[in-house]
Design a protein around this ligand. Structure first.
Ligand code: ZN
Ligand code: ZN
Length: 242
């Protein structure tokens, strides 16, 4: 009942103050509902562009096309792609999307991810979200990665499945952990429940943020028992290079 009332109230607010006429980053007016981002933000947002690692998509300052981190820790995924660096207004809308029930942001965020994806030459058969554990899903009520994955599937006209990969192990909070500790924390946390759905397929795995890459790595390790290639697409990524 409480949820129904909240949904109703959200719909009234959306009718009175349509979110698609405001810049999703700074809240200023945009010229029409075709724009989700104002001119100023377009010029100042931390796009993840420039010279980047061809595996993890982190910025590279020196020579070469693979970063030091990928050289020292072999990644199980084939390539990661991220639209933004996780800072400033980008970080703000991710947190809003995740913790503030701002599900309406999903199609806007997915558009940026799709724009970046189009610049890459990855081909995939199936889109999967990074799953949440049952406990986290019950707490948040929705999986933010799944909302993004569904939008990307619509934009790319691809198949989407949010039941193939599950997170069956509840893990410790990862906020303060580095890559290796995260990797240990996530060891065997994920499980493929329908291997026939992914056998020999190329998978595009979607998440909101890539922090150290440990989650993406563990999911890729699990999927690759059956799947062929695993690509990761996120809205933002932490900048690991100094
Ligand atoms: Zn703006
Ligand atoms: Zn790298």
């Amino acid at each position: 009942m409480k949820n129904k009332l909240k949904n109703c109230w959200d719909k009234i607010l959306e009718f009175l103050f349509p979110s698609n006429l405001k810049c999703v980053f700074c809240g200023r007016d945009v010229p029409s509902k075709d724009f989700c981002c104002c001119e100023d933000c377009l010029h100042t947002l931390p796009f993840n562009n420039g010279q980047r690692c061809k595996i993890c998509d982190d910025e590279i300052c020196g020579d070469g096309n693979i970063c030091d981190n990928c050289k020292s820790h072999h990644k199980k995924f084939d390539k990661a792609i991220a639209s933004f660096i996780y800072e400033g207004d980008v970080k703000k809308i991710v947190l809003k999307f995740k913790n503030d029930n701002a599900k309406y942001l999903a199609p806007h965020m997915a558009k940026f991810m799709f724009d970046r994806l189009k610049q890459e030459t990855v081909s995939f058969d199936l889109i999967l979200p990074v799953p949440l554990s049952e406990k986290s899903l019950n707490k948040r009520k929705y999986n933010q990665a799944s909302l993004l994955a569904e939008e990307i599937a619509k934009l790319t006209n691809s198949s989407f499945n949010n039941c193939v990969l599950i997170k069956e192990k509840e893990t410790k909070h990862q906020k303060e952990l580095g890559f290796l500790d995260r990797q240990n924390n996530l060891h065997n946390a994920f499980k493929v429940v329908d291997k026939n759905a992914i056998i020999n397929k190329n998978i595009l795995l979607v998440d909101d943020v890539m922090t150290t890459g440990a989650t993406a790595n563990e999911c890729a390790k699990t999927l690759k028992k059956y799947a062929s290639k695993v690509y990761i697409l996120t809205f933002a990524r932490n900048k690991l290079s100094k």
